[in-house]
Write a protein that binds this ligand. Sequence first.
Ligand SMILES: *Cc1c(COP(=O)(O)O)cnc(C)c1O
Length: 343
Amino acid sequence: MPQRLGFGQTFAPIMYQAEFRDGAWGQGQLLPYGTIVLDPASKVLHYAQSVFEGLKAFRATHDRAVIFRPALNWERMNRASRRMLMPELPRALFMEALYALTAHCEALMPRSSGESLYLRPIMFGTQPTLGLAASDTFSFLVIASPSQAVASGPLRVIVERKRARAATGGTGDVKASGNYGASLRATADAAASGFSQPLWLDSVQHRYVEELSIMNFFAVVDGMLLTPALNDSILDGVTRRCVIELAIGAEIPVRECRIEIDELLALIEAGRCTEAFACGTAAIVAPVSAIGDGDGRIFELAQPLGLMSQKLRQDLLDIQEGRTEDRFGWLQSIPDQYYPAPS
Ligand SMILES: *Cc1c(COP(=O)(O)O)cnc(C)c1O
């Protein structure tokens, strides 16, 4: 294994695959990791009939690997499939894929804090015809990547005043692959002006904060934790839910509400918004140190490294890595039958 793992760069030597044809999912199996063959006319390549998920398995201090809240990813993947006119995955198939892959990867799972086995389920239409219609055949694959947390030094985000990540009535609330390619131009422009990422606003009024390209957004105002209320252009993140549940458990007041960008910037200037952070499976919880605006103004947060966000990140990692009790029942262990037979 390389000295620096990075994120999503090294892949386990096995993957899981199942195929959908004639209206049903076939038996899935573990295979050697490798290239797949696609007909150039495959629907996914032309019309992006494709959805994905991202979740982690942890070894850390645990005796055996555990998978973090996989049922939420299963539900979310099926919500995406319904939106994209794709077949749903039976719970047993989704879980078997994660269990079998993780069990077979246990020996190569990193154990340092912040490291995990990142699991990436994907599903896409493979029918080789060009009519704009749903595919009638699909591939479901799960690949695994021993990873570090995505580099989460403080983020400097820039308010994206013109473009939108996801439209009202669109597919922003599901992990449909096309959403992500569509966000890249704004990310490149943010980088060119010295920022890490765009901060997306709503697509209608360009007025309310939504999220980052692959992370949800929180701000601390007057000691209260605020996050944009979910709508059909915000992704319902598992980490977002965890942060809310951890905050409630720690008696930190939390509100899901509309956050007007100009009001938020004024609250930073007035010293009432002291901290902001982003969260997602890959980066866990990452502080936002500054928010830039298109007119060149930069709003520096009083707590650029985050106080509340550091505590929430640590609380979450302590549960994931087994240093504190799994008091919410978030860790899913793997049934014995999925482990390879001892030789
Ligand atoms: C995946 C994703 C998130 C974070 O979701 P998690 O379940 O916490 O990983 C946030 N926003 C977008 C747009 C995403 O795609």
